[in-house]
Design a protein around this ligand. Structure first.
Ligand SMILES: Cc1cc2nc3c(=O)[nH]c(=O)nc-3n(C[C@H](O)[C@H](O)[C@H](O)COP(=O)(O)OP(=O)(O)OC[C@H]3O[C@@H](n4cnc5c(N)ncnc54)[C@H](O)[C@@H]3O)c2cc1C
Length: 410
């Protein structure tokens, strides 16, 4: 049976952070907007974010907080929609929030409030949202007011329903590869390729490391223990907690550095970054301290960590009182704790990664409007693009800002 198509000014693929923000912005301009969402529910990542409290933005958002082949691309959008713009929206909706670690904004109660806020804004601006939609074809037409035709199947309980839409502007906000169960997909890359845009190499980002070397069992024994550390890799440095897991290490400092790690790289950890450990040990030795190293170091490192590592790092001296250990040995031990080199065998991959590093190359997209330069009417926003933020609310700020800019122009 021949199916009539339904026209919308704007069609958005993906009801995540960027897609919802773009829909709100475009509909406020009077545009008739439809969002087509593949999953059975919208905004799954928003709900899971920030441990259920959604770290929705950061007070200080700079281009330096993002990774991209073109480090300047994100600037225009980030200047057009500031963290304060999102915070005001949150306040207008009466959502209580708090600042953590000086500059990261989190909901006090639940991420659900952020999603509800976005959905209420969509509702009051008559945005139509359809879930369980499998887009089968995106086609550009020769008609400038009906630039795109979208064919899809609406997945029903026991059948599917073929649907055809037309629109003037099409936004791809389908996100990226991380966590397929939360909607992660490569679909945006396929559409980009269809319209002659390149896609950079991608990798899992903000993701824990796995170890298969001698540390595997040790880390397992320490699962749940965290240590404030300095972590370095490829000239990048982060100060925050590391967390031992059953498979390796995680924690904010590790997630941050994972964005810069490539297979085969080692990472360097300083487990007591705020003090000169050799100085402390030497002073204690000179003052005639007769305690064991393990006992002395309890002031700086968790007991369970010391129990595991005394055999590995100073097994020969584990029964020797501190004042009887040679200065050069103390130096070696302090140096080990300040400069611990680890060789992750891999990351946990897209299964648990919070983001995808890389994506649709920005060179073919306008940084002001998010429109594809060679295909008027086609837009990209959010994580699908080659813009990846640090941990701390930056990825959502990019989704809001790029979605907003697209929404102003769609
Ligand atoms: C567990 C977790 C916690 C996180 N916590 C934070 C945090 O606290 N702060 C922060 O800043 N960032 C956080 N992030 C990152 C943040 O969630 C993402 O960067 C952000 O959601 C990207 O927004 P987006 O709209 O581009 O993509 P998404 O939010 O992923 O939305 C894309 C949408 O498109 C849909 N879709 C995919 N393919 C298709 C298709 N073919 N057709 C139609 N729809 C499709 C998906 O189902 C999804 O609903 C977290 C990520 C994860 C996984």
């Amino acid at each position: 049976m021949l199916q009539n198509s339904t026209f919308y000014d704007v069609i958005i693929l993906g009801a995540g952070a960027a897609g919802l923000m773009a829909a709100i912005t475009a509909s406020r301009r009077g545009r008739k907007v439809l969002i087509l969402e593949k999953s059975n529910k919208v905004g799954k990542k928003i709900l899971m974010s920030g441990g259920g409290r959604c770290n929705f933005t950061n007070e200080f958002v700079e281009a330096e907080n993002f990774i991209s082949e073109n480090e300047h691309f994100c600037k225009s959008a980030l200047n057009q929609f500031l963290p304060i713009d999102f915070i005001r929206l949150v306040e207008t909706h009466g959502i209580e929030y708090e600042k953590r670690k000086k500059n990261q904004y989190f909901c006090i109660h639940s991420s659900r409030e952020i999603l509800d806020m976005l959905l209420n804004e969509c509702k009051s601006n008559n945005v139509k949202i359809m879930c369980d939609i499998n887009v089968t074809q995106v086609r550009r037409t020769d008609n400038p007011t009906k630039n795109f035709q979208i064919n899809c199947d609406e997945i029903l309980k026991d059948s599917s329903n073929f649907l055809k839409f037309e629109c003037e502007s099409l936004l791809i906000a389908t996100g990226a590869l991380s966590i397929p169960t939360l909607g992660g997909s490569a679909y945006g890359y396929d559409v980009a390729t269809q319209y002659a845009l390149e896609v950079t190499e991608t990798k899992a980002g903000l993701v824990p490391f796995i170890f298969t070397d001698k540390y595997q069992t040790v880390f397992k024994n320490l699962a749940g223990i965290s240590i404030y550390s300095k972590v370095e890799c490829n000239n990048q440095i982060f100060y925050d907690n590391i967390l031992f897991t059953h498979k390796g290490i995680s924690g904010p400092a590790i997630l941050q550095i994972s964005n810069y790690w490539n297979h085969g790289d080692s990472i360097k950890l300083n487990l007591v970054p705020d003090i000169d450990l050799f100085d402390q040990l030497n002073q204690a030795k000179n003052n005639g301290h007769k305690v064991l190293l393990k006992t002395f170091l309890r002031e700086f490192l968790p007991k369970s960590f010391l129990r595991e590592f005394e055999n590995i790092w100073w097994g020969k001296y584990k029964k020797t009182p501190l004042d009887q250990i040679n200065e050069s040995i103390l130096y070696t031990i302090a140096n080990q704790i300040h400069n611990w080199t680890l060789n992750p065998s891999s990351t946990e991959g897209y299964r648990t990664a919070e983001v995808t590093v890389g994506g649709v190359k920005t060179s073919g997209i306008s940084s002001k409007t998010m429109e594809v330069k060679d295909y008027p009417g086609l837009y990209f926003a959010g994580e699908v693009m080659d813009v990846t933020g640090h941990l701390g609310g930056f990825n959502f700020q990019w989704a809001w800002a790029s979605g907003y800019c697209a929404g102003l122009n769609l």
